[in-house]
Design a protein around this ligand. Structure first.
Ligand code: MN
Length: 404
């Protein structure tokens, strides 16, 4: 009797939490750097490195962390166990195939984590390609697997997410049926992954409409999206789904991940922040933590950032072009989309090279305590133009030239 009452109350609380999240309009960030990101060739992280990243993500304000795939390796189990009880604010989720043994492994790995801060994240291929070539199962058999495995996960976890792998290449009617089955079996989140990164923003948005119209019990679960960047559209697709009401976005720091990577967390956050008027959706990410987070992930994974990487690449806050340097010195906003301190980035750096002009040279000389008189500036500029291809002028050489 007491048990029945507890189960009823728990169910009610879950419904209230889900409807609260849905009504609040807050975009919840679910980070998968430590799972999908780490899956990338060459990006292996040790358990203590994963913990450092997890704590930095917690500080940045992510809602949940895809902490690993316990059934896949002992290292994943070890990493998750290090996070249990230490990473307190985000929900820690563990990836599972639709197998009881995977769900049991997730349950063991997350032992000790408070019930409302741990979840199982199940996936099963649903597209014709996955059904026929990977799983060798019929549509009906897969519906049965979803019902059974989600039900089992729900008996062990209060938070259960279910994703149709290769959702973007699954027949729409069948996709809706899979999600309906998962929610009926106890899924609290349904995930829509564009597993091979094939969609455009318009088609992504259409899928959201299809799910809203075709999944009758969608009011009982959060809707999460997961985009890959094979066409360079992962961030754009994520934003398109936010515009259409997606509740949770799965992203990675620096956009690392399988093949061309995942939607980049920092880029989605900044687009939402700078275009709050357009999206009308709040988020709980502290943007000043973004650039340091990008640096940390690049450092620990050993995957160097492209110099042009939005938000944190080394060229984002550096400029060599004379006209831009002149504008930036008069008012930084002339050639910046936002100030670097908004993302915790470094101060704007004026690079002195072949493209630089008088004003930047004079500015740097003054910073070095050298009077920037006309003759001196001209002398430096003259020599800058003779720098070899790709070279930039450092302070030591600048002082030497200015004094000679
Ligand atoms: Mn993925």
């Amino acid at each position: 009797m007491a048990n029945l009452l507890l189960r009823t109350v728990t169910k009610l609380v879950k419904r209230l939490v889900i409807s609260h999240h849905k009504r609040s309009g807050v975009v919840l960030f679910s980070d998968t750097t430590l799972r999908d990101g780490e899956q990338m060739p060459g990006a292996t992280l040790e358990p203590d490195e994963k913990l450092r990243i997890a704590l930095a993500l917690e500080e940045a304000g992510v809602h949940s962390l895809d902490a690993g795939f316990p059934a896949s390796s002992e290292a994943d189990v070890a990493a998750i166990q290090q996070m249990v009880g230490v990473v307190r604010k985000p929900v820690l989720t563990a990836l599972c195939r639709t197998l009881d043994s995977d769900i049991d492994a997730a349950d063991r790995a997350l032992e000790g984590q408070p019930k409302h801060k741990r979840g199982a994240s199940l996936f099963c291929g649903t597209s014709p390609l996955h059904r026929e070539h990977k799983l060798g199962k019929t549509k009906t058999e897969i519906l049965g697997i979803i019902e059974k495995s989600v039900g089992y996960a729900a008996s062990k976890f209060e938070i259960v997410s279910f994703a149709c792998e290769d959702a973007s290449r699954t027949e729409r009617d069948y996709l809706c049926e899979c999600y309906k089955t998962a929610i009926a079996a106890g899924a609290t989140t349904i995930g829509f992954p564009d597993t091979v990164g094939i969609l455009t923003p318009e088609k992504s948005r259409d899928f959201m409409k299809v799910l809203k119209d075709g999944v009758p019990n969608l009011d009982r679960a959060l809707l999460a999206v997961h985009f890959h960047n094979d066409l360079g559209l992962a961030v754009a697709n994520t934003l398109a789904c936010i515009a259409e009401g997606a509740n949770v976005v799965q992203c990675t720091v620096d956009g690392i991940g399988e093949r061309a990577g995942n939607a980049s967390l920092e880029e989605v956050v900044m687009a939402l922040t700078l275009h709050a008027d357009q999206y009308g959706r709040k988020h709980n990410i502290d943007t000043t933590k973004l650039a340091p987070l990008c640096e940390l992930v690049a450092e620990l994974t050993g995957i160097a950032m492209n110099p042009m990487k939005p938000i944190a690449g080394r060229n984002v806050w550096a400029t060599e072009a004379g006209i831009h340097q002149d504008g930036l010195l008069k008012n930084p906003d002339t050639y910046l989309p936002y100030r670097p301190d908004q993302v915790g980035g470094p101060a704007v750096h004026l690079v002195l090279g072949r493209h630089s002009g008088r004003r930047a040279v004079a500015h740097r000389l003054r910073e070095l305590g050298l009077e920037p008189d006309d003759a001196r500036v001209s002398r430096v500029l003259e020599r800058i133009k003779e720098l070899p291809k790709g070279a930039v002028l450092d302070d030591a050489r600048l002082s030497e030239w200015a004094r000679s």
